[in-house]
Design a protein around this ligand. Structure first.
Ligand SMILES: *Cc1c(COP(=O)(O)O)cnc(C)c1O
Length: 363
């Protein structure tokens, strides 16, 4: 077959995606291990049934009611005072990010992120012809003023901070975010996909929105809300930026079913928060256990842990798969990332890891 006439910069590239292997314990994509409750599902069924007879109509293009509900949620979660005008919603935070790059990126624009971090940032840049650069975090994966200064030295138009960061779990101190906001006049995007899992008392960057109209905080319902399959992400930012995003969004980008489904989950946010609390406890317990076993564990404010280090992480990963446990090979060489599962899944992971490391140590 002759080669398709696709864009030259896409030739030979592979699409994003973690290996999806059918094993009993899947702890590789940072999903919430708990499905939505039976009550939530019943409510969802009712709402979708009611909508059915109206599906001949396009959805509310501006998702106004959903955006108001999201503002109310953030106001409760982070003690802020936002309205629907501060919120933008789309199909997953991935779509929000791509829209932000369509708006603020482009040829002759540069984005800087902090390595190791989420690999999709580079893909959004590629898709929007934006130049992608990165600076290294400190050895312990933290970001301090020195690291921020080296990002600023690259003269970027957009800076992306991820907190808690994927794949390290590192939470950025809000003092460093303030330092950046004071020194930089470009667009600052803080990806808070895992914000709900952060340690108690850590302020969210949404608390800095009022004073910083060029700050965008991106959130998702994929993790804390157990809603990865529903594809709902959102941004909290200034009304000016929300208005501008409408220049690049596709018409009716967010289906009426998605909008309604998101609103149902928001009504259950208290119930979902109690699962988040359990997962945070499981994370801290698993981190302590891994340290006791002699592993290095990166301090995590997310629903996963980066641990290591292994001479041959691929071998450990494969042997865990053989034991029916799928985790993720990501992050710096030698490290592995495990998502926090149910208590049973975490136990299965501990048992499998013990077997595997005894084997590789020749015991
Ligand atoms: C999981 C994750 C997201 C979520 O993406 P969605 O499109 O909302 O599912 C965003 N950012 C980071 C860093 C993530 O790890």
């Amino acid at each position: 077959m002759t080669q398709l006439p696709i864009r030259e910069d896409l030739v030979g590239r592979s699409p994003y995606g973690a290996p999806q292997i059918d094993v009993p314990v899947r702890l590789n994509t940072n999903e919430n291990p708990f499905g939505p409750s039976a009550e939530l599902v019943a409510e969802l069924a009712k709402v979708v049934a009611d909508l059915g007879s109206n599906l001949n109509r396009y959805p509310d293009r501006d998702a106004k009611v959903l955006r108001a509900d999201l503002a109310k949620y953030l106001n409760g979660e982070s003690q802020v005072n936002l309205t629907a005008e501060n919120i933008w919603a789309a199909n997953g935070s991935n779509e929000v990010m791509q829209q932000l790059l369509q708006l603020f990126g482009g040829p002759d624009k540069t984005l800087v992120a902090f390595d190791p971090t989420y690999s999709m940032y580079e893909d959004y840049c590629r898709n929007t012809f934006t130049k992608y650069l990165s600076v290294s975090r400190n050895e312990d994966f933290s970001i301090d003023q020195k690291v921020i200064d080296s990002a600023l030295a690259l003269n970027p138009n957009i800076i992306v901070l991820t907190s808690p960061n994927n794949p390290t779990g590192t939470v950025i101190d809000v003092a460093e975010i303030d330092y950046l906001l004071n020194k930089f006049s470009g667009i600052v995007i803080v990806d808070e996909a895992y914000a709900e899992f952060r340690p108690a008392g850590t302020p969210s960057a949404v608390s800095r929105l009022q004073a910083n109209p060029r700050l965008v905080v991106v959130r998702t319902m994929s993790k804390a809300f157990s809603y990865a399959g529903a594809r709902v992400g959102y941004a909290a930012t200034s009304p000016e930026i929300v208005d501008a995003i409408q220049l690049v969004r596709l018409p009716y980008h967010l289906s009426s079913i998605t909008q309604a489904a998101a609103r149902v989950a928001l009504r259950f946010s208290d119930q979902l928060q109690s699962q988040v609390a359990l997962l945070r406890q499981e994370r801290d317990d698993l981190a302590a256990w891994l340290s006791e076993q002699g592993f290095e564990v990166a301090p995590s404010g997310a629903n996963f842990l980066l641990f290591g280090t292994f001479g041959d992480r691929n071998l450990v990963w494969e042997q865990l798969v053989e034991q029916g446990v799928l985790i993720r090979q990501t992050g710096p060489e030698g490290w592995l990332r495990v998502s926090i599962g149910t208590p049973d899944e975490n136990l299965a992971f501990k048992t499998a890891l013990t077997q595997v490391t005894n084997r590789t140590n020749g015991k």
